[in-house]
Design a protein around this ligand. Structure first.
Ligand code: 4AZ
Length: 366
């Protein structure tokens, strides 16, 4: 949701404070949240924009060329991305390696943050001689003791970002218990899991940790989750929610092999779900956000109609192919979406929901 905002806050914070001793004494044992300095595992990567001095998300190396991260870390960016591999101290950053390809899970749902997983291809990782990556859990049965890594916020109240990689020990929250916590937790699906410290919220992941690894405490470390969301950070009965990586093994294998058998409609949803928001200003000063949806399965070859004008345009690259989506509006305020893939153009009627001008509930991170 506010990743750009977070990035701005993060840059301002890093510019304002030297942040060399980021954990204030009072927070030492509470505040990752409730974490401590970590030796960076070789599979840990920090996702950033080229030229930046701090990351905005974590990622996990799974083989010589691929990393996993959260879809919400990469769904909004069209510009180039890069990773620091095995980074432990942001003052001593390793070489910034460019991300060559981003593949977002086709069922990624922005609003509910479901299927929040993406694969990054970094071909230059294969030059390095260090380890290949972490093993992905085969089984959904998760051990009760877990560990999270990240450069995310270490404060419950403010935005304080560490210079040194943090790690925290977390407890798995059994699925049925998590569902019973209510609110957004009632929507947690099989492909997600909850972890934290339920009683006091003493240990948790937070903003900026997204996309990073949730692993076993026991060695050999095994990847079980990807930091996805939570209601605030470090609150009692408000654990972190993680993408259950074992549920995506098949998709990961397919994507690694380059098999891209997704039907077009699924790709479109995955590629363009997020940007299908348009802000509309009314003469009386009101600003409304419109969320566009369409019956994706009804794409038809374009019939040109002069009454419809392009009002917004979004573009994405997927496996080297450019996808362009345009929102068209007619004088009668009807809408259509137009999709162009290579030489092929399709259209579909579109509908909008007017969202309230208020931002989403403060406590729910989307
Ligand atoms: C975030 O905004 C975020 N407490 C990640 C994890 C959690 C909350 C927020 C879990 O990226």
């Amino acid at each position: 949701m506010s990743r750009m905002l977070h990035k701005v806050c993060l840059s301002i914070l890093l510019a304002l404070c030297s942040c060399s001793s980021p954990i204030s004494p009072g927070e030492q044992n509470l505040a990752v949240i409730g974490g401590h300095n970590a030796m960076a595992p070789s599979y840990f990567a920090a996702l950033h924009t080229p030229g930046a001095s701090s990351p905005f998300c974590g990622a996990t190396r799974i083989d010589e060329q691929h990393l996993l991260t959260a879809a919400h870390c990469v769904s909004e960016t069209e510009g180039p991305l890069a990773v620091w591999l095995g980074v432990q101290d942001l003052g001593v950053r390793p070489e910034s390696l460019p991300v060559d390809l981003v593949r977002i899970h086709p069922r990624y749902h922005t609003n509910r943050l479901q299927h929040d997983i993406a694969i990054l291809t970094v071909s230059r990782m294969s030059e390095s001689t260090i380890a290949d990556g972490i093993r992905i859990a085969e089984e959904s049965r998760t051990p009760p003791k877990l560990r999270v890594y990240g450069f995310g916020n270490i404060s419950r109240k403010d935005y304080i970002y560490p210079q040194t990689l943090q790690t925290a020990e977390l407890n798995l929250v059994p699925q049925s218990n998590c569902l019973r916590l209510g609110g957004a937790y009632g929507q947690v699906i099989e492909e997600q899991m909850c972890a934290g410290e339920l009683k006091y919220g003493a240990h948790d992941s937070c903003d900026g940790d997204s996309g990073g690894p949730l692993v076993t405490q026991e060695s050999p470390e095994t990847l079980f989750g990807i930091v996805s969301w939570g209601t605030g950070c470090g609150r009692p009965k408000r654990p972190g929610v993680y993408t259950r990586v074992s549920a995506y093994r098949e998709w990961i294998e397919q994507e690694k092999k380059g098999i891209n058998a997704l039907p077009l409609t699924e790709k479109i949803q995955a590629l363009f779900y997020y940007p299908l928001y348009q802000s509309v200003s009314f003469p009386n000063g009101d600003v409304r956000i419109r969320r566009f949806t369409a019956a994706y399965q009804n794409w038809k070859p374009t019939e040109s109609d002069k009454e419809f004008q392009v009002v917004s345009q979004w573009q994405r690259l997927w496996d080297g192919e450019a996808y362009r989506l345009e929102l068209l509006q007619s004088k009668g305020s009807r809408y259509r979406l137009r999709l162009t893939v290579g030489q092929r153009t399709f259209e579909v009627p579109a509908f909008y929901t007017e969202l309230t001008p208020q931002p989403p509930e403060e406590s729910t991170v989307l």
